[in-house]
Design a protein around this ligand. Structure first.
Ligand code: NG6
Ligand code: CA
Length: 511
C-alpha cells in the first residue's frame, strides 16, 4: 500500500491543517483507466460538425462525440489560455492568484512547485504522467528559463514524469520545443537569447522587414521573424532548434504516440495541448486549402486529423475501451487574432461562435462555452450531456475516480461531479464562474447569467471583440436569450442581488 506523499502540499497562501491527513487505501493502478486530456486552442463551440457546424466536417471528433458524453453546457474557467490551464491543473480559480494572466514566452513557472496538481494526483495513484504540446504556464524560476541549460522548475516538478512542450504559444518566442527540460536540438555553440522588451541579435523583425513575411501582422506580432512569421518577443540563436510551424501537428502526434506506446501496459495520464487552432494558423501542406474556409478552417481539419491519429493509436494498441478521452478547448474562438491570414474573408458563412455572443477574451458565452467531449467505451454510454459543467471540476472528479480524498487546500475550487462526467447523471453544477480578459467575472446559475460591473473598456485595440465589460450589472436569461441580447438586470433586481451576493461569497471563500 502506498502512503499519501507529503507532497500533498499547499497552494500559495493556503495554510495546511497539520497532523490529520488520513492515509487511505490506494486502488491498484492496474485496473484504472488511462486518461488523455486534450486542450485544443481557441476552438469555438460552433467550429465542429458535431456541434452544428455545416461548412466544415470534423469526422474524427464527431466520432468521439457520438461514442461518448458530448457536453452542451460546458465552460472553461477563463476566456484566455494561461488561466484556463492553471485552473484545470490546480483545481483553483486563477483569479484568486497573482500572475495568472496570459503568460509571456519567457515567464517563470506560474504554478508553485508546492502545489498539488492533477498530474501529482495521477502520479501518486501509480500512473505514468506526461505533457505534450502547448504549455503556456511558464518555465523556470522567477527570472524565467535558462534556455541553454536545464530548465527547472518545469512540468516535471509538478507531477509530470515526461514533458515535450511548446513553452508558451506559437506566436511567442522562443520558437523551440523543450523535452525533459532541455531545448530540443540545441547546438551549444549557438546559444539562445530571448528578450521581450528589446531586440537581441540581428535577426530581422516584422517591423523592420515586412517584405520578408509570408503572413503579415494585423496587430502586434512584429518582433523577430521565424519561418517567415513575425512573433511576439525577440530572439536570436538556437537556429538548429527552431520549429517548423507546418510540422508542429505531426510532431505533437508523434510524441504523444510514443508516450502512449511506451505506457500501454500501465495506466497513464497524458495532458496534450494542441497548437491548433491558435494563430499563426499554418497548416501542413496536406491540409492547406482543403477546408474551403481559408487557413482557420484548414487548421481545424488538421486538429481533427490529430484527434483521429490518437484514436487510431489507442485502437491499434487495444486500449481504447479503457481510456478516458477528454477533448475540449481552453477558450472560445477569435477570427482575426493579430495576423492577416484571411480568416474573416474566408468564413463563407461558417460561425465559429455558434449562436453565441462574444468570443475569446469575452465575458459573453462564446468566450468560455466550449466543446467538451468525454469518451470511455467501457463505462460511458453515448449521451448528449446537458448538465451545466465547468472544467474546474475535472480535478476533483478524477480524484473520485481514483478513489482518493483530496486533503484540505488541494484543488480548493473543484468539486467532484464524476457521475455527470461519465454521463450517468445530468445534474447542473450549483453555479459556474467564468473570467474574461480583464478579470471581469460572470456567474451562471440555472437559466440566469450575471456579469459583474466592470470599469474596463469593452474593447481592446488589438482585437475586435465585445469583451462584456460594462459599468452596469448585466443579467441574461439564457433559457430564452442564449445570445445575450437583452440585459434584463433592471427588470429583475432580486435575481441580480442573489447572483451578485453569490459571486461575492465565491470570491471570499477561503478553502
Ligand atoms: C494576445 C495576442 C494573441 C494571442 C493572445 C493569447 C497580439 C496582438 N495578440 O496578446 O495573438 O497570442 O495574446 O492567446 O499580440 S491565448 O489563447 O494563448 O490566451
Ligand atoms: Ca487559447
Amino acid at each position: 500500500m502506498k502512503h499519501i506523499q507529503l507532497m500533498w502540499g499547499l497552494l500559495p497562501g493556503i495554510s495546511l491543517l497539520t497532523g490529520c491527513i488520513k492515509k487511505e487505501p490506494v486502488k491498484s493502478a492496474d485496473n484504472l483507466p488511462n486518461v488523455i486530456y486534450i486542450y485544443s486552442d481557441d476552438l469555438g463551440f460552433g467550429d465542429l460538425s458535431c456541434y452544428g457546424a455545416t461548412k466544415i466536417e470534423t469526422p474524427h471528433i464527431d466520432t468521439l462525440a457520438a461514442q461518448g458524453a458530448q457536453f452542451m453546457n460546458a465552460y472553461a474557467s477563463s476566456a484566455t489560455s494561461t488561466p484556463s490551464r492553471f485552473c484545470l491543473l490546480t483545481g483553483a480559480y486563477p483569479w484568486r492568484y497573482e500572475n495568472t494572466e496570459i503568460a509571456a514566452g519567457n515567464a517563470g513557472m506560474i504554478i508553485d512547485t508546492a502545489c498539488v496538481t492533477m498530474a501529482d494526483l495521477f502520479k501518486d495513484a501509480g500512473y505514468a504522467t506526461g505533457v505534450v504540446g502547448k504549455w503556456h504556464l511558464g518555465l523556470g524560476g522567477p527570472d524565467g528559463p535558462d534556455w541553454n541549460g536545464e530548465i527547472t522548475p518545469s512540468p516535471r516538478n509538478i507531477g509530470f514524469d515526461y514533458d515535450f512542450v511548446i513553452p508558451a504559444t506559437v506566436d511567442r518566442v522562443p520558437c523551440v520545443y523543450v523535452e525533459n527540460d532541455r531545448v530540443v536540438n540545441l547546438d551549444p555553440s549557438d546559444p539562445i537569447f530571448v528578450d521581450y522588451n528589446k531586440k537581441v541579435g540581428d535577426w530581422p523583425t516584422g517591423k523592420e522587414n515586412p517584405e520578408l513575411l509570408k503572413m503579415k501582422s494585423s496587430h502586434g506580432h512584429d518582433n523577430t521573424i521565424i519561418n517567415g512569421i513575425a512573433r511576439i518577443g525577440y530572439m536570436t540563436g538556437g537556429k538548429s532548434a527552431l520549429w517548423v510551424d507546418e510540422d508542429i501537428a505531426d510532431t505533437i502526434v508523434s510524441k504523444a504516440k510514443a508516450f502512449i506506446e511506451k505506457n500501454k501496459a500501465n495506466p497513464f495520464f497524458l495532458y496534450l495541448g494542441t497548437q491548433d487552432i491558435h494563430v499563426p494558423r499554418i497548416p501542413h501542406p496536406r491540409f492547406a486549402g482543403k477546408s474551403g474556409l481559408g487557413v482557420r478552417g484548414d487548421v481545424i481539419l488538421q486538429l481533427d486529423w490529430t484527434i483521429g491519429q490518437l484514436m487510431h493509436t489507442l485502437d491499434s494498441l487495444g486500449i481504447a475501451n479503457n481510456t478516458i478521452f477528454i477533448f475540449t478547448s481552453d477558450n472560445g474562438p477569435v477570427i482575426d487574432d493579430g495576423y492577416e491570414d484571411g480568416a474573416l474573408e474566408n468564413l463563407n458563412g461558417h460561425t465559429p461562435m455558434g449562436i453565441y455572443r462574444g468570443g475569446k477574451y469575452s465575458a459573453y458565452e462564446a468566450g468560455t462555452r466550449v466543446p467538451f467531449i468525454v469518451r470511455w467505451p467501457d463505462k460511458i454510454k453515448p449521451i448528449k450531456q446537458k448538465a451545466l459543467f465547468s472544467q474546474v471540476d475535472v480535478f476533483a472528479s478524477m480524484a473520485e475516480l481514483l478513489g482518493k480524498n483530496l486533503p484540505e487546500g488541494v484543488a480548493p475550487d473543484s468539486r467532484s461531479v464524476l457521475p455527470v462526467l461519465l454521463g450517468n447523471e445530468s445534474k447542473d453544477r450549483e453555479y459556474v464562474v467564468q473570467q474574461n480578459l480583464n478579470n471581469t467575472l460572470s456567474i451562471i446559475q440555472g437559466k440566469w447569467k450575471y456579469i459583474e460591473p466592470s470599469n474596463y473598456p469593452n474593447t481592446v485595440p488589438w482585437v475586435e471583440m465585445d469583451l462584456g465589460n460594462s459599468a452596469d450589472a448585466q443579467l441574461y436569461d439564457l433559457s430564452v436569450d442564449p445570445a445575450e441580447k437583452q440585459n434584463v438586470a433592471v427588470q429583475n433586481p432580486e435575481v441580480v442581488k442573489r447572483l451578485s451576493d453569490l459571486l461575492e461569497t465565491v470570491k471570499r471563500q477561503e478553502k
